[in-house]
Design a protein around this ligand. Structure first.
Ligand SMILES: [Zn+2]
Length: 454
């Protein structure tokens, strides 16, 4: 057995001093004082928080855009996850036009299987809605897929309102989750044409072509589609105050709606697009970075429990070669940025240490709620007897600075370069195996596919 002693155990509701015993891949005992036997391995968590392993409900590993390929695959992406204390990621298996959902699932499973250092599960991104796909949805839970995604933007991914409605009605039958990328793609295309016609080709034209009301409009429209279907939706990567207001309006109408945001929409703002030497391309993501006021509004929304989960939308492209594809034309810059490695440290440093939230709320946003929303609770997202032994011993004392040269993410920059951080995942367990010790990976490839709740 492995025994974690002297830690402060965190759940979404409380913090308490207790020891944890791990037998095989499960938590076998939690009590105030567990006495180790000679053969037991003991891990000291004095002065540390002990969290259920963090879950990142939004990553894109090993993904191709047609012109660029993500810098991180499941090997490097899940190593980066685990060193930060993220023990499960939910990646987007993405259907290509003409493909069945099962084909897309098989392709993504092949990308991840036997290569992952943290656990993994998939949302199914639907890009080609048709009767065959509709029938397939009922079979997806058997494969462990209970959450789906549609896009309201990007010409190659977009679904129209009728398709979203039909999909949501079908998902309602299996009590699944539909996450939606909320930006009005038609308006973005028009605004983009205007920018190009005006000779604006630099990264700063990117946010200008996708203003906050483009997100707000899509959220509002989706909320009404959700009303029509009689089934809740999940707003992924909320970026703006304007979008938040539409969620508030929907909730005033008594709608259930869940909301995800990401550290970049809390800690980074649109001044980065004006950096010299094309550096702004590093921040070309969609939705784009907003104003400082938006950052503040979203942090307050986290405090006020209007936001349910914090993920990363990790989608890394190298600055050299990949981002540089758009040097003369911002439309050609692949959209996305890395983040999976640093989310727990960033949230701990800038939300917990700054006094906005406590560690229980951090646990709820980054472990408990994603586990519940994406069909993994109570195997994951909570420390209790019988749960999976995915555990993070988090030291609040560590101090450091984020820099790309030290990161595990296989990409040539980080949008958080130079950010001071406090706290570190000191020891991490995945499926009962100790995979990180003293902030260093000691065992790779321990991740398994998360089929579903017990
Ligand atoms: Zn995404």
């Amino acid at each position: 057995m492995k025994i974690i002693k002297n830690g402060r155990l965190i759940s979404s509701e409380k913090m308490r001093k207790a020891d944890i015993a791990i037998h095989n891949n499960k938590i076998s005992e939690i009590s105030e004082n567990i006495s180790p036997k000679d053969e037991d391995e003991v891990y000291d968590a004095s002065g540390c928080f002990v969290f259920p392993g963090f879950i990142d409900g939004h990553t894109h590993f090993d993904m191709d855009t047609g012109t660029a390929h993500t810098a991180d695959d499941f090997v490097s992406g899940t190593k980066a996850a685990v060193i930060g204390g993220t023990t499960t990621i939910v990646d987007f298996a993405t259907q290509e036009k003409g493909q069945s959902l099962k084909e897309a699932y098989d392709i993504w499973m092949k990308k991840a299987k036997d290569k992952s250092s943290c656990n993994y599960r998939f949302h199914m991104a639907i890009t080609d809605w048709n009767d065959r796909v509709k029938e397939e949805i009922s079979k997806m839970p058997e494969l462990g897929v209970t959450s789906f995604k549609m896009y309201m933007a990007y010409d190659n991914l977009i679904s129209n309102d009728a398709e979203i409605l039909a999909c949501l009605q079908k998902i309602k039958e299996i009590d699944g989750v539909l996450g939606v990328h909320c930006e009005n793609g038609t308006l973005i295309n028009e605004l983009t044409k205007e920018k190009i016609a005006a000779g604006e080709t630099s990264p700063s034209a990117h946010p200008a072509s996708r203003p906050d009301y483009v997100e707000a409009e899509a959220i509002n429209r989706l909320a009404y589609i959700s009303t029509l279907a009689g089934h809740p939706v999940n707003i992924v990567h909320l970026s703006s105050f304007a979008g938040l207001n539409e969620i508030r309006n929907a909730r005033k109408r008594n709608q259930t709606i869940t909301v995800e945001t990401c550290p970049q929409y809390l800690l980074l703002d649109d001044h980065y697009y004006d950096l010299n030497h094309f550096e702004g391309a590093k921040y070309v993501i969609s939705p784009p970075l907003r104003k400082v006021e938006d950052n503040k509004a979203l942090i307050q929304a986290i405090v006020d429990r209007e936001i349910d989960t914090i993920a990363t939308d990790h989608c890394s492209f190298n600055f050299k070669k990949d981002k540089e594809l758009g040097k003369e034309d911002f439309r050609k810059i692949p959209n996305g940025a890395p983040g999976v490695e640093h989310r727990p440290q960033l949230i701990y440093t800038y939300l917990v240490e700054e006094g906005y939230i406590d560690v229980m709320r951090m646990c709820e946003l980054m472990a408990t709620n994603p586990a519940k929303r994406y069909g993994m609770y109570p195997d994951k997202g909570i420390l209790e007897v019988g749960s999976d032994a995915d555990i993070v011993i988090f030291s609040p004392d560590y101090e450091g600075v984020i820099t790309w040269s030290k990161q595990i993410q296989n990409v040539d920059y980080t949008p958080y370069e130079g950010f001071k951080i406090k706290g570190q995942a000191k020891t991490v367990f995945v499926n009962g195996e100790c995979v990180v010790q003293d902030g260093t990976i000691v065992k790779e490839n321990q991740g398994t596919y998360v089929l579903g709740p017990r």
